[in-house]
Design a protein around this ligand. Sequence first.
Ligand code: K7E
Ligand code: CUA
Length: 667
Amino acid sequence: MYNKTYLCMKTTLKHVLTSCSLFFGLLFLVSSCIAPNGEKAGASGVLSVSDAAQRVYVAPGKYDEFYAFLSGGFSGQVSVYGLPSGRLFKVMPVFAVDAEKAYGFNEETKPMLMTSFGFLPWDDAHHPELSQTNGTPDGKYLFINANNTPRIAKIDLTTFETTEIIEIPNSGGNHSSPFTTPNTDYLAAGTRFSVPIPQKDVAIASYAKNFKGALSFISVDKKSGDMNLAFQILVPGYDYDLAHSGKGKSDGWMFFSTYNSEQAHSLLEVNASQKDKDFIAAVNWKKAEEYLAAGKAHDFPTSYYDNSYDESTQMATSKQVKNVKVLIPSECPGLMYYLPTPKSPHGVDVDPTGEYIVGNGKLSADLTVHSFTKMIDAIQNEKYDTIIEGIPVLKFEDVVAGTVSSGGLGPLHTEFDGKGNAYTTFFITSEVVKWKLGTWEVLDRHQVYYSVGHLMIPGGDSEHPWGKYLVSLNKITKDRYLPTGPELDQSAQLFDITGDKMQMLLDFPTVGEPHYGQGIPASLIVPNSKKIYKLEENNHPYATKSEKATKVLKKGNEVHVYMTTIRSHFAPDNIEGINVGDDVYFHVTNLEQDYDVPHGFAVMGARNSELLIMPGQTETLYWKPQTAGIIPFYCTDFCSALHQEMQGYVRVSPKGTKTELKWSLGE
Ligand code: K7E
Ligand code: CUA
């Protein structure tokens, strides 16, 4: 049985998903002792349906206690939920175009998705991470990684809008990212796939010789929040899977898990599972700062994009950066170390005190916990097992603090409740296991439905968790909800973790695949939430601040419509003098200054999305008329009793016809 499991666990995630259906047989056996409400009756974990319902019930008009931000995985977005209700409030577009909000469709946001590969309409977003102050999530920003084309995005939590996306060069997949240091000095971005650095045309079989990894550190400006690629560390060509920052006593360090220290380049499910141990890389970023200041970094030519949205001009702009500072470990003693860690660790998680570094060895049943104190001691005594490309490898027995014999299979991720307990997800056995830091004793376990990846406790990867709820983020839901054809939702399951036993309260479907989440008390976000954009602060170059100022300018084929919208009309609403094939830009300013009165704008036949314009905002829709005739446009957001009257016409004349240019309202 173990061998079978082991083989199964050696496969890639996708294969695991398939081959592990075997385990559902088992799960269904187990399910015979599950109460009809889906809640397993544990010894002291018994919870009646009405009790559970009461504890997640948020009465109409009342607010939830926590925000939960769940990544959309292959949807490329982030969704915002309330806890404990599980209600979905918003899907925030980040790495994928979103026709609902015109993200990536209007002229203002198109530059956000520019990369060195051109305009990219999609990515795979895994790890939301809240900014922190003094080791505590502060509710200012939410960061998230793009896994496919390496990038990090920043979302401003006053507007819930993506305001910066920075590309990470020399990376082959930005998975171990964007984990923050306790004061958001840096975000980590380790490469999942090693590649030639700089890129070049080589034989794939020359992997061991030519492929390298890069661990990137992105600084975040304390005032402006501006992200910059501060430096990279050139490391051996392994797969750098996940990361977490040191904190408390280990502040100043960043830890990255690795797999494929075998340096396989094909059939990794077998070839990257040969060695008994891979590594957790410990990087001393304060030391890196010293080396940078001492001029030890190499300037590597490169090219990457840094795109920022300016709230004042309401425009995103792209800037290209051509250089990166690179540190090489063999030239920088003390910069980093490898901690041997069994069985292709996936998550690496640091407890709130900063002493324990948990390696979630996904091919293992046990969890390995390293001690920061022991690590420092081994470093001071230079007790090295070996040195790889200038990176000392410490001895396993010199750094290990303990092992958790969990009884589960396939540990992936761990979070903490701030009361000395840790909670680890087990993908294969579909459960969350609660254990005690220091004694490594298993205290409780609870089945989840099914195949959990990450879990999330609000603040659970920070120094100060709010240890009230735990959310398990599950990959498979085959018999949990009404069927929706072959594609089913992923799910989140909410637990109350205030008692000795975890109690499952709620089960709700999610948008996309929520690999990871972050949670924070609503009280840290609500007071700063923006309600409108002030018209007088709108510095958009095509803003129109009054109906009197509306106009249409035409120069050759290029037409700029300076339009306004207010309940319940557009100005102008009749436009003539436009020809087939013109490049028409509708710059629509929403003159409203009331909370929650957006207007929409859509043009028949436009090969584009709608616009959805917030009060005080200007957005631009590009339209190239294809045929002559009369083209209606209208407001798409039901904004008043006369919403349906919010409409207008554009007359499109054949190419070359000289129709007089005119525009009007109410004539
Ligand atoms: Cu485990 Cu991308 Cu964090 Cu998915 S990752 S589960
Ligand atoms: Cu404006 Cu509907």
